[in-house]
Structure formats: C-alpha cells, structure tokens
Design a binder for this molecule. Structure first.
Ligand code: IPM
Ligand code: SF4
Length: 467
C-alpha cells in the first residue's frame, strides 16, 4: 500500500523505536521566540547541557514587542525581561537571533518560510501552536510545549505518536473576492473546531494547488483551529519557485538534488487516509465569524444562527453564550454589523499578498469615522516590500496606522490592545473571548473583507467593492 505525504515525512524521520514507547523523530528545524523559550534555556543551563545543533535553530522576537518603536525601552515590563533574556540566551548558546530592527525579524511563522529556513520534507517545530503554517511547504511542522522545546534543544529529537490522516479535497478555484482565509473558515464551519483532533491534515485539490504560497500558508496556519496537529500541502512548482534563492535554501547542485527529492513528497495514488472530506471551493463566498471560536462562522450573505432553532441542547447553549458575548441578535444578518476597530496582520494574514489585496480595496478611500485601523506587516521583509510598492502610502492615506512587525493585536500581549467593548474586524486566527483585549469582540475575515469593513464602519461583502 502506498503512503500519504505525512507518512512519508514521518517515516523518514524515525530514528529509534523502542518497544512500548513512542517513536523518536529527528527534528530538522527549530524556531524559538521570546515567550516560550526562557524556561527551556534555563533547564538546559541547570542541567549543564549545550544545544545539540544550534545551527538548526533560529530565534526571533514577535509576541510582545512594541510595533511602534523597535527598541527594548518601548516594550512593557514583562516584554523587556523576555526580550533581553532571549538575547542573552541566544548569545550564550550560540543561536542566530533576528532581534529588534534586524531585517529578518518578524513573526516566527512568517520569517521561517521567507528566509528558506522552512523546507519541504523537513520536520519543523516551535513552541507555538500555529507552527502548522510551515506545513504549506510539505514540512511536518507542529507546535510543542516548553518541556519539548528543551528536549529538542538538548537532543534534536522528539517522541511523537503517529497521527491519523485526513485529506481535505478542495474542488474548484476560488472566485474573485474569495481567499484562502475564506476557504479555511469554511473548512472550520464544516468540521468545527474539534473536527480534526488527532489528525494530520493534507490539503489537496485545485482549490489548494491554484493558491500562491502565501495563500497556502494561511490554510495550514489555521489547521490547529480545527484541532489538527499538522496541515500539510504537497510541494510543487509553486513551492520550488517560492523557495529558490532564499538565503537558507540549498544552492546549486544541492538545490537540484533537493528538488528531485521534494518531487517525491506526494501522497501515492493507492495511499489510504483515515478520513477524507470534500469542500466545494469553486462556489465559496466570503466568510465572517459570528461567535467566539473559528468554527462559529458563516457566509457573508447569511444570518447568524438562532439558538431557538437548534435541537441539540449543548449546541444551543454554545450559540447562546457566543451571541451573548459578541452581542449580536439571534438570526440577525452578519452583514451590516458595525465595527470600530480593524486589524490587518498576524501569522495568518500578515504577508505581502494580504497587504496587496487590502490595498486594492483601500486605494483612494478612507476608513469610516470613529474606526481605529492598524496595519501590521508580519515581518521586516514584508514591510520593506510593501513600502517599495507604495502600499504603506495607500494604508496611511486611508487612515490606517502603519506599524512595525510583530504579533500585535492578534493577541494583545503588547500594547496593541482592542478596547473593552470594541468590535474588531480582524485578519488573525482566533476570536476567543477577550483574545484581542479584555471585553473586546472579534470577527475573523480575510484582509480584503477587513479593508472593506474599515471603510464602511461595518461588515460588508467585499465583492461589491472589487467590481
Ligand atoms: C504565546 C504563544 C505560546 C501562543 C501560541 O502558542 O499559540 C500564541 O502564539 C497564540 O497564538 O496564542
Ligand atoms: S500572530 Fe498571533 S497566532 Fe501568530 S504566533 Fe503571533 S500571537 Fe500566535
């Protein structure tokens, strides 16, 4: 029987399998950030250990740094400590750090791919739940806990159970005004946030292969939001084209050999998945979340659910609680809901294409009165590219604040916090209660949809603005 893409990468990395224990996998790549690494470094220091392969690690700061000023002074108290600790640790243990102001600095899941550190067929880990993002390249990438971070640092291996496999076949290319973000939100609607628990997903079909690498990363990024540990996409010409000549990608003869190998990283025709589902991506329309998890989402033309019409008691309570927090009437249309804050950024939608698409909507327009709008590039490279194309001007002229790279209002660990009671049109990946600031409410959507919401002061169908 043939193998799936996941099985091929997993099997190629098993270094030891003791009876009755989980297989030990070799880890090719490890990225660290300021929030989940301090204890791991301390553990190593206390045990008198060194890093097994420091050259396979990359470090950056993203979660709680200021996006207004690239200095330690501009960081909050806790952030200052985490940032300086990371600097000291990287110095002491010999890890390459892309710190504040460095041209490679940015959100972990944006700088890995952009520098060619993320490669097909590798195992890649990071102490961060959205590590699945790198699976868009055909890497087996997943988030790990702090004790696992320490284990990888010390041994370059990790014990990992083999996951169940699921293929999500996306049939049909996305139409104008519909993006990878809409596709993953539709998948979350169909599967719910627990639908892929225990699985490694493979995203397939022409709805996926027609996407750019940026779009594919948006899909893989949110695999965790439907419960999956990994979200992989088979590497193809689009992948190779994206990676060629990136600083850490192989060069010359090594590149040729690597591409040869990467071409084998496809699910075999006779491989069997534990589960397969099909999504009609060809007829998809823009999506917006109405609740407090990414699975509570509907099409822009829909009304939010009415709990009174729900026969399942648990589901009814879930809807009631979400609507009560989010303050939307049962059965109300999602279009037309007023927003006062807009956030375009994060590891889901903080890439160059995201700013290009939002800028198309914003060009020559201004955000509605009373709307606070932030545009936060995912990395210094994205920022530089956007500025070279003049996108920053479009954002600024539209009344957006154009910031420095970081996680920013995705989770409000720095001072980019949504005000209590505010309602945010956000391109990030989590709409949990209070995620962007205590008492704030989040509606997840694509960058183009967020831009359209910004200029209208309410949730609208972006397709009306792209004619
Ligand atoms: C702070 C960090 C550990 C966290 C995560 O693991 O995901 C963050 O990135 C998030 O998105 O909530
Ligand atoms: S941008 Fe948001 S989701 Fe991504 S790593 Fe940062 S906090 Fe986590």
């Amino acid at each position: 029987m043939g193998k799936t893409l996941y099985e091929k990468v997993y099997d190629a990395h098993v270094v030891y399998e003791a009876e009755g224990e989980l297989p030990l996998l070799y880890i090719d790549r490890h990225i660290v950030h300021e929030v989940t690494s301090p204890q791991a470094f301390s553990g190593l220091r206390e045990a008198g250990r060194k890093l097994r392969r420091p050259e396979l690690m990359m470090a950056t700061m993203d979660h709680d740094i200021s996006t207004q000023e690239a200095t330690i002074e501009a960081c909050s108290c806790v952030a200052k400590k985490q940032v300086t600790t990371l600097m000291k640790n990287c110095e002491e243990f010999g890890v390459e750090l892309f710190g504040l102001g460095h041209p490679n600095q940015g959100i972990v899941h944006i700088i890995g791919p952009q520098t060619g550190f993320t490669l097909p067929g590798t195992t890649l880990v990071c102490g961060d739940s959205h590590t699945a993002t790198h699976g868009a390249f055909g890497a087996l990438a997943f988030g790990i806990g702090t004790s696992e971070v320490e284990h990888v640092m010390a041994t370059q291996t990790l014990k990992q159970a083999k996951l169940k496999t699921m293929r999500i076949n996306c049939v049909g290319k996305l139409s104008k005004g519909v993006y990878a973000k809409d596709l993953i939100l539709e998948i979350a609607r169909v599967l719910t946030t627990a639908g892929a628990t225990g699985y490694a997903i493979e995203f397939a079909g022409d709805g996926v292969t027609s996407l750019s690498m940026e779009g594919r990363m948006t899909l893989s990024n949110m695999a965790i939001e439907i419960g999956a540990k990994a979200g992989m996409i088979a590497p193809d010409e689009t992948t190779f084209e994206y990676l060629k000549d990136r600083p850490f990608a192989p060069k010359g003869k090594d590149w040729e050999e690597a591409v040869q190998y990467w071409k084998s990283l496809k699910t075999d025709d006779d491989a069997v998945f534990d589960k397969e589902i099909t999504i009609d991506s060809g007829h998809l329309i823009p999506m917006v979340t109405w609740g407090t998890n990414p699975g509570q989402v509907c099409h822009i033309t829909d009304n939010v659910p009415d709990p009174a019409q729900c026969s399942n008691e648990q589901e009814r309570h879930g809807i009631e609680a979400a609507l009560s927090y989010i303050q939307i009437e049962p059965g109300q249309p999602i279009a037309g809901v007023a927003i006062d804050t807009v956030f375009i950024g994060s590891c889901t939608n903080g890439r160059i294409e995201d700013f290009r698409e939002a800028a198309k909507v914003l060009k020559g327009k201004h955000v509605a009165e009373g709307v606070r709008a932030l545009a936060v590039p995912g990395s210094m490279a994205v920022k530089a590219m956007a500025e070279e194309e003049g996108l920053d001007q479009i954002f600024k002229e539209a009344g957006f604040e154009w910031r420095l790279p970081g996680c920013s209002m995705c989770l409000g660990m720095n001072d980019d916090i949504a005000a209590p009671g505010s309602r945010v049109a956000s391109t990030s990946n989590r709409n949990f209660i209070g995620r962007q600031g205590r008492g704030s409410r989040t509606h997840l959507m694509s960058p183009a949809m967020a831009a359209a919401a910004a200029i209208n002061g309410k949730i609208v169908d972006v397709r009306d603005y792209l004619k």
